[in-house]
Design a protein around this ligand. Structure first.
Ligand code: GUN
Ligand code: FE
Length: 469
């Protein structure tokens, strides 16, 4: 055992369960895997405490460990202009902002490194330990992205964009064939960047990334489907995202997104499709049947989609769902914000459903999701979607030790931290963290409450940018 941590843990074993485990002991080995997790006063914990020379790190009263966030959809190059230009529709915004920004990074490796380094720091600061990234077209820029995330200690799946048709002549691959060999090349070069490291230290991996149907020929999609199957690679894309996008595919391709993907082997259990706001019941049933996961990005949807995502129905269909920030279609890379937006949207949907069906459907299940469910989706849900679940939501033995440390009150001073006020905290009582306190943090907590982040057993530096103590 290389590290022992003792304190309160919040675990998220399933969508329906959140547990607060007070005074637990967790052991981590040299490879960053959990070797022990049980109540500190259990016989096994006592034996471990007496037999190990390492002193346990004591998580103070008023603080708890929680799985880090997993951002299931983020465009790394768009971080360049985060928070600008959201007055346009999706297809216009892509032309006016997204493609231009991505092209700039592909032309300027120094700028790319600057943007990606700052992005990694911001992710860490916001408690995001795992991220599924869209990059740019050019191989070298994506290798910079992979290298930056690996060095920063962030678990990242990096997607070199595949796009062989485009509205922007200077930002497109020459042909389906060229795009396919570029995708193949990136996959092997990205793997090479971590090949010399021991398996547990490899934090980055490639993911095939056909941008979306409008920028990918059927030939390209077919080739990527074959490549994914051949090399067991994950795939990510955007599906049925926005009204103007769906209409574009209908008029230009005479098809629905889901059919275009499904016919080319890009609707599999290794696929993560972003958005999916425009799926009817039959399409949803097909996504569930194929085992494809969905990255739900509520903030971006509010700007681009014109339709709210049917989160409850999608979950009820058994589809794996995680939350994404969709930077820069979404302006915030804070997963706390993504969680809150997910709940807000679901509650508006529920309100509308009740108004429309007043009196007739009293027994129908609510389509609202609550904060605990959102917290699951923002952490373990995303990891499950990536096939990286393995007990990490509940700190199971064998899982990598990934955690964020949240401080909500100072027991000695009897005072809340940051935006949090607890008027019933008894000075000197050393109260435990309660479910109401965690809920309050979920609602109004912020970066001031985050005091630690570990990925694969490594403690990352939170204070590079802001004045954490
Ligand atoms: N669809 C295709 N590309 C993009 C993108 O960059 N952002 C969003 N939100 N949707 C897309
Ligand atoms: Fe996106």
């Amino acid at each position: 055992t290389a590290m022992l941590i003792r304190g309160t843990f919040v675990t998220l074993p399933s969508l329906a369960a959140l547990h607060i485990l007070t005074d637990y002991l967790l052991g981590v080995d040299e490879t960053g895997h959990i070797t022990h997790f049980s109540a500190a006063n259990s016989p096994t914990s006592k034996a471990l405490l007496t037999s190990t020379a390492v002193p346990p790190i004591q998580i103070p009263q008023g603080s708890f460990l929680l799985p880090p966030f997993c951002d299931l959809h983020l465009h790394a190059p768009q971080f360049l202009y985060q928070g600008t230009g959201l007055h346009l529709s999706l297809m216009q915004w892509l032309d006016e902002y997204a493609f231009k920004a991505e092209e700039r990074l592909d032309a300027d490796p120094a700028l790319a490194r600057r943007v990606y380094t700052r992005l990694a720091q911001r992710l860490i600061e916001n408690g995001t330990g795992t991220v599924l990234l869209f990059g740019t077209i050019k191989e070298g820029t994506n290798l910079i992205l992979a290298d930056t995330m690996q060095r920063a200690g962030v678990r990242a799946l990096v997607g070199k964009l595949s796009m062989d048709i485009s509205s922007r002549p200077s930002y497109v691959e020459a042909s389906a064939e060229a795009a396919l060999s570029a995708a193949r090349s990136f996959v092997s070069r990205c793997k090479e960047t971590v090949a010399a490291l021991p398996a547990h230290s490899r934090l980055v991996a490639p993911v095939l990334t056909p941008r979306f149907v409008p920028t990918c020929s059927n030939e390209l999609l077919e080739g990527l489907g074959r490549l994914a199957a051949e090399q067991s690679l994950r795939v990510q894309s955007h599906m049925a995202e926005a009204h103007d996008q769906v209409e574009w595919v209908r008029s230009e391709r005479g098809a629905e997104d889901i059919d275009v993907f499904d016919q080319r082997g890009l609707l599999t259990p290794d696929t993560i499709q972003a958005h999916c706001t425009f799926l009817d019941a039959a399409a949803l049933a097909r996504v569930a049947d194929r085992g494809t996961a969905i990255a739900h990005c509520p903030l971006s949807n509010a700007y681009f989609s014109a339709a709210p995502f049917a989160l409850r129905e999608v979950l009820a269909a058994g589809v794996r769902v995680g939350l994404g920030t969709d930077v820069a279609g979404g302006y915030s890379l804070d997963m706390m914000s993504a969680m809150r937006h997910a709940v807000t949207v679901s509650r508006m949907r529920e309100g509308k459903r009740r108004l429309e069906h007043a009196g007739e459907n009293e027994a129908a299940e609510s389509v609202a999701i609550d904060w605990k469910e959102a917290l699951y989706l923002a952490t373990q849900g995303g990891k499950e979607a990536l096939g990286l679940g393995r007990g990490s939501g509940s700190f199971e033995v064998g899982a990598p030790f990934d955690a964020q440390q949240i401080q909500i009150f100072d027991a000695e001073k009897g005072a809340g931290i940051g935006a949090l006020d607890f008027f019933d905290l008894e000075l000197g009582e050393s109260p435990d963290v309660s479910i109401e306190m965690v809920e309050k943090w979920w609602c109004i907590g912020d970066g001031r409450n985050r005091v630690g982040l570990w990925v694969q057993g490594n403690r990352l530096e939170l204070s590079v940018l802001v004045g954490h103590e």
